[in-house]
Design a protein around this ligand. Structure first.
Ligand SMILES: Cc1cc2nc3c(=O)[nH]c(=O)nc-3n(C[C@H](O)[C@H](O)[C@H](O)COP(=O)(O)OP(=O)(O)OC[C@H]3O[C@@H](n4cnc5c(N)ncnc54)[C@H](O)[C@@H]3O)c2cc1C
Length: 267
């Protein structure tokens, strides 16, 4: 139902300002139809949000911080995992913090002929227009509203781990870390609402179904005879968390489950 703003605002408000990712037909009609026939829903607030920050690798070598200036994740995690951290656990706010050396590398990496246009152009657009710049970390913190002491401590800890002096608090590999040490320093808005780096979002909740048959369950948890749900109209394997392929695979699986049950009933 990602193309139905009223449903998104009602069920998944944390992602209402994300970029709806799908077709105009994704209106939630199947879910609503099932509800009007007595079906109950679950996990309607579950959204997969795709925040990919590599390429360029220079970005994932840097740090992502929350509204206070604290890191909360290994920046090399899968994009849907980073999106979930930002949207579900950090109030929708994320900043990518990098320095002059990393910026230079990012420009160079954007010219890699292996990149497809949407990777290259998005990188260049964000380097040009989504980059708050300041000569010192303190000045950067003031510009974007971070706590000076927190971001200073965050960067100092990261730099120690990047130099191999200590283990990274989030288990990030040293080969994926570079110290952030020479100004000017930059902050890129990677929040849910980022204007230059829109966050693609899709929904994963739906009608509750009986595991064996795909029959829709009513509010008491009883199957409703003759009413089935499959794919993303139903709660399924992908509904809690998403990795590429999980949704398609679940659509096939749940469609076949319904077809088998219908065929058996008819026999
Ligand atoms: C850009 C993008 C990339 C994605 N990449 C991946 C990926 O790599 N791996 C992955 O697993 N998932 C991916 N997904 C998610 C995945 O595509 C969807 O979750 C999945 O297609 C949902 O399948 P579905 O059958 O439930 O719904 P849909 O594929 O939306 O099918 C519903 C069908 O019902 C039809 N319909 C609607 N209303 C009516 C009506 N009233 N009467 C008759 N027919 C109707 C529609 O026309 C449509 O054909 C991606 C999604 C997007 C948008």
């Amino acid at each position: 139902f990602i193309m139905n703003p009223a449903m998104v605002a009602r069920y998944a408000p944390a992602y209402a300002k994300g970029m709806p990712n799908g077709t105009l037909g994704d209106q939630g009609a199947g879910i609503v139809l099932g509800m009007t026939a007595g079906g109950s829903t679950a996990l309607m607030d579950k959204i997969s949000a795709w925040r990919f920050i590599n390429p360029p690798k220079a970005w994932s070598d840097a740090i992502v911080v929350n509204a206070k200036g604290e890191r909360f994740v290994d920046e090399t995690v899968y994009g849907a995992t980073l999106g979930e951290h930002i949207g579900d656990h950090q109030g929708g706010i994320g900043w990518l913090i990098y320095d002059a050396a990393l910026r230079k590398q990012a420009f160079k990496q954007a010219r890699d002929p292996m990149l497809v246009p949407f990777q290259r152009d998005v990188t260049l657009l964000n380097l040009a227009f989504n980059a708050v710049k300041a000569p010192t970390l303190d000045a950067l913190a003031d510009k974007i509203g971070l706590d000076r002491a927190t971001i200073a401590a965050t960067v100092a800890a990261y730099n120690r781990a990047a130099r191999g002096e200590v283990e990274d608090a989030f288990g990030k590999e040293r080969s994926d870390m570079q110290p952030i040490e020479r100004g000017p320093f930059y902050a890129m808005d990677i929040s849910v609402e980022s204007k230059f780096l829109p966050l693609p979002v899709i929904t994963f909740g739906g009608l509750r179904v009986e595991e064996e048959s795909g029959l829709v369950l009513d509010k008491a948890g009883k199957p409703i005879p003759g009413l089935y749900a499959a794919g993303r109209t139903a709660v399924g394997i992908a509904s809690q968390t998403y990795v590429s392929g999980l949704s398609y695979a679940d659509c096939f699986f749940s469609g076949r489950r319904v077809a088998r049950h219908v065929a058996r009933a008819n026999r």
